[in-house]
Design a protein around this ligand. Structure first.
Ligand SMILES: [Zn+2]
Length: 222
């Protein structure tokens, strides 16, 4: 076990918790791809809150446990992480949570639209699709996820379960997890106001371009 990588995974779990995009019980899992190997490091603890590095396990992308102890609840969802690494060579980090507002959309089996500007800025201009229900981590659930994933879109809602985010880096994955939750919260908060209004498609591209222009300029110093 690479101690540094296990520490890094535990630290990402704390960042997910700090982002607020997490359910009260802290359920969820974080994994990172091991560079240059067909392996991932995966949180096998019962909660992401205070998840220790000692409970991080090493798992082959074929699902084989290589190092550490994998309890049944966490073992059941390994396949939805490994599938994202198998299908998307650029993906370096996968997050799964039951963040409450996004999970409400997952339970309602309703996609989240692009009604919050941050979605246009962070790869979610087409919204967050819903992957149909299957028992968590089952072949059926993973097939639904694979079918629902839109090229370039780093998140899916898992029907009647929660959210799955997959991105190049842990930073981006944590960020997208919080953007999805923020959009879901805004969507629900507007339900008494006529519901959310999506940003017109051409304006989604404009929002991204403006964000990229500022990003390329970097921090401006006085
Ligand atoms: Zn779950």
């Amino acid at each position: 076990m690479d101690k540094d990588l296990a520490e890094q995974v535990a630290e990402i779990a704390q960042r997910v918790v700090a982002s607020g995009a997490i359910s009260a019980n802290g359920h969820g899992n974080v994994s990172v791809r091991v560079p240059g190997a067909e392996e991932m490091y995966f949180t096998a603890g019962p909660s992401l809150r205070g998840h220790p590095a000692s409970a991080v396990v090493r798992v082959g992308l074929d699902g084989t446990l290589l190092e550490g102890n994998l309890p049944p609840i966490q073992g059941a969802v390994v396949a939805m992480h490994t599938a994202m690494y198998q299908d998307h060579p650029e993906v370096g980090c996968v997050l799964h949570t039951h963040s409450p507002y996004a999970t409400a959309y997952a339970v309602a089996q309703r996609p989240i639209g692009c009604w919050v500007e941050a979605m246009a800025m962070f790869g979610l201009a087409d919204g967050v699709p819903v992957a149909g229900y299957g028992p968590r981590g089952s072949a059926e659930a993973v097939a639904h996820i694979r079918r629902a994933v839109t090229p370039g879109v780093p998140a899916v809602l898992l029907a009647n379960h929660g959210v799955l985010v997959f991105h190049r880096t842990p930073d981006l994955a944590v960020l997208v997890g919080s953007v999805v939750e923020e959009a879901a919260q805004a969507g629900i908060n507007t339900s008494g106001l006529g519901g959310p209004v999506e940003i017109p498609e051409d304006m989604r591209a404009a929002a991204l371009q403006r964000a990229m222009a500022f990003e390329s300029r970097g921090t401006v110093r006085a």
